[in-house]
Design a protein around this ligand. Structure first.
Ligand SMILES: Cc1ncc(COP(=O)(O)O)c(C=O)c1O
Length: 407
């Protein structure tokens, strides 16, 4: 096992907060991000999950006879939990081989006149191909909600992700590009649908001072600890303890509570995000430059394939995603690097049907491509704190693993 790197690199590239961000200011977070990303009047929610909840609630009202929500079999468990919490029927679509995108043929088979929404995900800042999804949605009359939780700043033919489907949402959770500890941004191209989302928000999202106080304290903690010297305590320690007790689901933070907090985001947290957002465009640009250099080095690694941005799209690169030729090879690499403090991790540990704790909420239908993708995928942080020397060390381990014959 590789010796532990000091200080600790986070698994994703979050924009670090500064002490000056904490000083109250005019809370224009949603408007500031709208201007930067050219988004039409986004709604600020208390998480990406809450944004999805408001979206599904709105669509269900518009088409009460449709009860099925189709999601990729490889995505964040919170997506499944949200669908279930609204009493809607979750239906999974397998991914296409070697990717997180939904397989268009499988999608056509699971969608029909009962489909309320399809929720494709743009994972790791990579823009998913939506052509097939939009075709299927049109044929069956379903709406498309783009899950851009991990992709704020990514662009599809020049415009922000989240605008090709009917609705889109981003996450402002800890570790995301811009974070207010927990937050989400909800967008819709169509003014009528936007107005409907705004009405739902007004109706179902309450002020909850206790939740907001808790999130404010957590944001203070994030500002304090989201730096190499603090991440050992906040991230590395819990990760290593979870892996030590054989719990990879807890290690990557895939175990979520069954209920979804829903409350308005307070002015102070909005202000912190507003100040930090001023540095976001330059930060995303820095990530793009670093990703381009590092992908060039990873491209020729034997037995490893790096997921790249599709033509016409620009990724935002919170981390780089790699596919090992086999699950055994992936495990061999992680055995050396996962606890090394070098920002190497897994994204989601399993395909959705394989999380034991979701057994009562997710159909058990086998999803072979998603399962295979989960077993072979590892991630390398694109945080600027992973400096060139540390990245070179990661590359050496990756290269060496080719000779280990794990596969
Ligand atoms: C793909 C995906 N969808 C949805 C979410 C939920 O977002 P949030 O954590 O802001 O609730 C996440 C969270 O990371 C995610 O990765």
């Amino acid at each position: 096992m590789t010796t532990r790197h000091h200080p600790e690199v986070p698994p994703t590239a979050g924009l670090p907060l500064r002490a000056s961000d904490l000083w109250p200011t005019r809370p224009t977070l949603a408007a500031t991000l709208a201007e930067q990303l050219d988004l039409p009047e986004p709604l600020l929610e208390c998480s990406g999950t809450a944004a999805l909840l408001v979206a599904l609630h709105t669509l269900r009202r518009q088409a009460p006879q449709r009860r099925v929500v189709v999601v990729p079999a490889y995505t964040c468990p919170l997506v499944a939990i949200t669908v279930h919490s609204l009493g809607l029927e979750l239906r999974l679509c397998d991914t296409r081989p070697g990717h997180f995108e939904m397989d268009p043929q499988a999608l056509a088979q699971v969608c029909g006149s009962d489909t309320l929404a399809i929720v494709p995900a743009h994972l790791g800042g990579l823009v998913a191909d939506l052509d097939g999804v939009l075709d299927v949605a049109k044929t069956c009359g379903a709406r498309v909600i783009e899950d851009a939780a991990q992709a704020m700043g990514a662009r599809d033919h020049g415009q922000s992700v989240g605008l090709r489907g009917d609705i889109g949402f981003f996450s402002l959770a800890a570790g995301k590009g811009l974070s207010i500890y927990e937050g989400g941004l909800l967008i819709a191209r169509d003014p009528g649908l936007r107005a409907a989302l705004t009405r739902t928000h007004a109706e179902i999202v309450p002020r909850r001072p206790a939740w907001e106080l808790r999130r404010s304290l957590e944001l203070l903690g994030l500002a304090l600890l989201y730096r190499p010297a603090g991440l050992g305590l906040a991230y590395g320690g819990p990760l290593r303890r979870a892996l030590h007790r054989g719990d990879p689901v807890a290690a990557v933070g895939d175990a979520f509570p069954p209920t979804i907090p829903l409350h308005r985001v307070g002015r102070w947290r909005q202000g912190v995000g507003t100040r930090a957002a001023a540095r976001l465009p330059a930060f995303v640009q820095q990530l793009r430059t670093q990703a381009a250099q590092r992908i060039a080095q990873l491209r020729d690694m034997p037995g490893l394939q790096v997921l790249e941005a599709a033509p016409g799209t620009t990724a935002s690169w919170p981390f780089l995603m790699l596919q090992a030729a086999t699950a055994a090879r992936c495990e061999a690499i992680l055995a050396q690097l996962w606890t090394a403090g070098l920002g190497v991790s897994r994204l989601f540990v399993h395909a959705l049907p394989d999380y034991a704790y979701l057994a009562d909420r997710v159909p058990r239908t086998p999803m072979p491509n998603a399962r295979n993708f989960a077993a072979r995928t590892l991630t390398i942080s694109n945080s600027p704190w992973l400096d060139d020397d540390a990245f070179a060390h990661v590359c050496t381990v990756l290269q060496r693993s080719a000779g280990d014959r794990a596969d």
